[in-house]
Write a protein that binds this ligand. Structure first.
Ligand SMILES: C[S@@+](CC[C@H](N)C(=O)[O-])C[C@H]1O[C@@H](n2cnc3c(N)ncnc32)[C@H](O)[C@@H]1O
Length: 275
């Protein structure tokens, strides 16, 4: 029988759930090969750009950013776009399968990027302090980490590689909506506009387990029935702001689906945090 090897970066998450339970869930379901194959159709690169409507570039220009550290490269959607827009992008990805896909897409798009393969918790191993104008943590990425001290460590690492006045742009899904409406959502009534961040029609994501400790998302490619899974940490309302403050950010602007302020009905929240 083929043995499933849990990738290091997941094993190292040291989740707070009983280890056997989370290990069981992840080893049964985690398959970055499937996720990688369907991720581009889950995002829909063109629709992501339409949804943010220039917001990302405008934020970077507003704070005079040129050197950008894209902490969660994924399949390359944002890093490739920004490099094409004239920014100097370093793309970081820890998952080898995603990295390979992102680099294939980079080549296909005729772009060159600098690449790092670091765990967010250990950026200072290779990256100098104050060496970037902007750090991106987009597409609901920090939610991969379950332990608060890890989350704060990562935000501190992001802050430390920013020059004074530079910005961290980070986003999160509206988990409070998911936690508050778990019964309805698990019956199949998951409301999601599909206009922001993850916008594809060919692949749909929805929560299939919702607990106070974790949310399990299932991603289905509609044409083939192919499925990928992620186990994610559900941030409560205001939790991200508190983490950002604890990590040392004092000037934080919140956006809801790219509009300034807090809207409880948004699909995603974005934060622009200045050092
Ligand atoms: C939800 S995906 C988002 C990818 C991309 N930014 C997007 O918008 O589609 C999060 C990414 O973070 C990476 N990741 C997860 N934990 C990490 C860690 N501890 N250090 C570095 N990268 C990590 C994963 O490999 C994955 O590619």
């Amino acid at each position: 029988m083929k043995r499933f090897k849990i990738p290091d970066f997941i094993r190292k998450r040291r989740v707070t759930l009983p280890f056997r339970k989370i290990k069981g869930i992840i080893s049964e379901n985690y398959n970055s090969k499937v996720l990688t194959e369907i991720w581009g159709d889950y995002i829909d690169w063109g629709k992501r750009r339409k949804g943010e409507n220039g917001w990302l570039v405008n934020q970077l220009k507003k704070y005079n950013c040129h050197k950008v550290f894209e902490s969660s490269f994924g399949d390359g959607c944002d890093a490739i776009f920004l490099q094409k827009e004239g920014f100097d992008v370093t793309a970081n990805e820890i998952d080898k399968v995603f990295l390979k896909k992102g680099l294939q897409n980079t080549q296909r798009e005729g772009v060159e990027l600098k690449v790092t393969k670091l765990d967010w918790r250990e950026l200072d191993k290779e990256i100098e302090k104050e060496s970037f104008d902007a750090v991106l943590s987009l597409g609901n990425s920090l939610t991969y980490l379950f332990i608060q001290s890890d989350q704060i460590t990562v935000l501190k690492q992001f802050r430390s590689i920013l020059r004074p006045g530079g910005i961290l742009i980070i986003d999160e899904r509206n988990y409070q909506y998911i936690l508050d409406n778990r019964k309805e959502i698990l019956k199949g009534n998951f409301y999601y506009s599909g206009k922001y961040v993850y916008c594809g029609e060919k692949v749909h994501g929805r929560p299939i387990e919702i607990t106070d400790e974790y949310v399990k998302f299932q991603y289905t490619e509609e044409a083939t029935g192919k499925k990928g899974y992620l186990i994610l940490y559900p941030f409560r309302r205001d939790e991200m702001q508190k983490l950002l403050t604890k990590a040392g950010f004092s000037k934080i602007e919140q956006y809801s689906d790219y509009q300034p302020g807090y809207n409880p009905e948004a699909d995603f929240f974005m934060y622009v945090c200045q050092k």
